[in-house]
Design a protein around this ligand. Structure first.
Ligand code: NAI
Ligand code: CS2
Length: 486
């Protein structure tokens, strides 16, 4: 008897929002895959359910001028495909009023838009590195090349932080109230980090401006969650086949979504709660839970999965050793470090994460998640590591994750093929790898990078040995064996 797999069901839902009724009250920096499937979709649903006029101007500062050009051709509408294991729901998004890119328009056009009186929120998904902070301390890195440029040329900024400060300066000079700066990146205490970056930059330019920003702007923290893999030609082709619409701006994502927001907006906010967002007083516990349990195990699976020959996260879940190790990482290495509000069930949360990682329709590449490890590791693994070292509890999963990252950034995989390592510190990594050939020396040199690791770690002999042993095991036996050994 042959088994026939039923075709996936597809539903297409067109946005009922008439963009003509909207005003640009939000400027969003970072029209990447994530924002398109998260905040923009919440806004679309909020606008469908209310008479609100909270429209968004989408901005890309660096790459992404092509997508902005295309978006304009499409009347600022595009598709989001929510791919479940058995059903795909395709939604059009109608929450966008306009779009800007410094290359297509000008830097002044972007700053002036942010300075408009009716703009009440500047939100961001600019990746961890976009904040120009040292993620080990959460403070602005004054030596970041974008920041050194912007300090010299504040009215011609390059960094998102430079744009925000310049727009706030114009608002102050023109007697216009400050806006809310809302970070939606996977950064621990993202609102506090955004505030530290903005104030840290402003203070170097103009102390009075920094004080005005501190007194008038707000920087809510947010916990954002939805797995949105980078779009590929295959994704676009599949969406076109299912919807009958050719849309180069389309994105695919999982059905799950979550958004927990600190209710701290100086100029009002949309009622995103009608679309399922949760407004709370303190987001930090939720951020920590998500960053450590989801993102921490994602990074673990990304490095060890890539090395083990797995292209997608869902592929790693087919190996029981990886699945069990990820579950143990979530519960034994990360959940025990958390201090959650009463009623939070972290076992249920961990099981739901494993189920989400298993979704075969999501083609989320281990290589994509492995990117920018120098920015991610301090937040995803650092706090839990500190906890275990203080408590004397077992941190072998974290040590293996760190060793996996070290092995990955060596740039050569287990079959001797080159790995395309993407990270702001790639140059530092290759210098270390060419300078030190002995594994124990490499491990020590990598642990000495203070923007990633607490300097105390290098002095902890037992910790250095544990990571070195894990690294050696990866070198001699490979990632699949090393993960199974956990
Ligand atoms: P993406 O690669 O599609 O987009 C990145 C965006 O960041 C682009 O708009 C780009 O112009 C901008 N960008 C990059 N470097 C920048 C810089 N130095 N300054 C200003 N803007 C910069 O990536 P995607 O998927 O949109 O993810 C972006 C961020 O969103 C992630 O780094 C993460 O913090 C957050 N996020 C992503 C999720 C996902 O599953 N993709 C889920 C939850 C959060
Ligand atoms: C991932 C995240 O790319 C990564 O580093 O861990 O983007 C992850 O998909 C999201 O945080 C899920 O909300």
């Amino acid at each position: 008897m042959s088994l026939t797999i039923p075709p996936l069901k597809t539903t297409v839902i067109h946005s009922k929002v008439d963009q003509k009724r909207l005003n640009t009250r939000i400027v969003h920096i970072g029209f990447g895959a994530f924002h398109r499937a998260h905040q923009a979709l919440y806004s679309n649903e909020m606008l469908e359910k209310t008479q609100s006029d909270w429209g968004t101007c989408e901005v890309n500062l660096f790459s992404g001028s092509e997508v902005i050009k295309q978006l304009r051709l499409q009347n600022h509408r595009y598709l989001v495909a929510e791919k479940g294991a058995h059903e795909t729901i395709i939604k059009t998004i109608g929450s966008i009023t306009e779009s800007l890119h410094p290359k297509l328009d000008s830097k002044q056009a972007v700053v002036e838009k942010m300075a408009e009186e009716k703009v009440a929120i500047v939100s961001m998904t600019i990746t961890e590195k976009g904040y120009c902070v040292d993620h080990a301390t959460g403070q602005l890195d004054p030596n970041n090349p974008l920041i050194t440029h912007d300090l010299q040329h504040p009215s011609e900024p390059n960094s998102a932080i430079g744009y925000i400060v310049e727009a706030l300066r114009l608002r102050r000079d023109r007697g216009i109230a400050a806006f809310t700066v809302m970070s939606c990146d996977n950064v621990q205490e993202n609102g506090h980090v955004a505030k530290a970056a903005v104030l840290g930059f402003a203070i170097l330019l103009d102390k009075a401006l920094a004080q005005w920003i501190e007194d008038n702007a707000s920087f809510p923290c947010t916990m954002v969650d939805r797995i949105v893999p980078a779009t590929t030609a295959e994704t676009l082709h599949e969406i076109e086949k299912l919807s009958g619409i050719k849309d180069p701006c389309a994105v695919a994502c999982e059905p799950f979504r979550q958004w927990v927001i600190e209710d701290n907006f100086v100029q009002g906010r949309p009622d995103w709660e009608v679309a399922g967002a949760e407004f709370v007083k303190d987001v930090v516990p939720f951020e920590e839970m998500k960053l450590r349990m989801l993102n921490g195990s994602h990074s673990f699976l990304a490095y060890l999965g890539y090395l083990g020959g797995y292209v997608h996260i869902s592929d790693t879940m087919t190996n029981p050793a990886y699945r069990n190790a990820a579950f143990a990482m979530m519960l034994k290495a990360q959940a025990v470090t958390l201090n959650m509000p009463e009623g939070t069930n972290l076992e249920v949360y961990a099981s739901s994460l494993i189920e989400r990682f298993t979704n075969p329709s999501l083609k989320h590449q281990t290589w994509q998640i492995a990117m920018d490890g120098s920015q991610k590791i301090p937040q995803r693994l650092g706090p839990s590591l500190r906890f275990h070292l203080q408590q004397g509890s077992d941190y072998k999963w974290i040590a293996m994750g760190i060793a996996g990252w070290m092995r990955y950034i060596s740039g050569i995989d287990e079959l001797g093929q080159a790995i395309d390592v993407r990270d702001p510190l790639t140059q530092t990594f290759s210098t270390i790898h060419s300078k030190y050939s002995e594994p124990q020396d490499r491990v020590k040199a990598l642990l000495a990078i203070e923007t990633i690791f607490d300097p105390a770690l290098l002095k902890n002999k037992e910790f250095v040995k544990t990571v070195t042993d894990a690294y050696q095991l990866l070198l001699t036996q490979g990632a699949r064996y090393a993960v199974a050994s956990l």
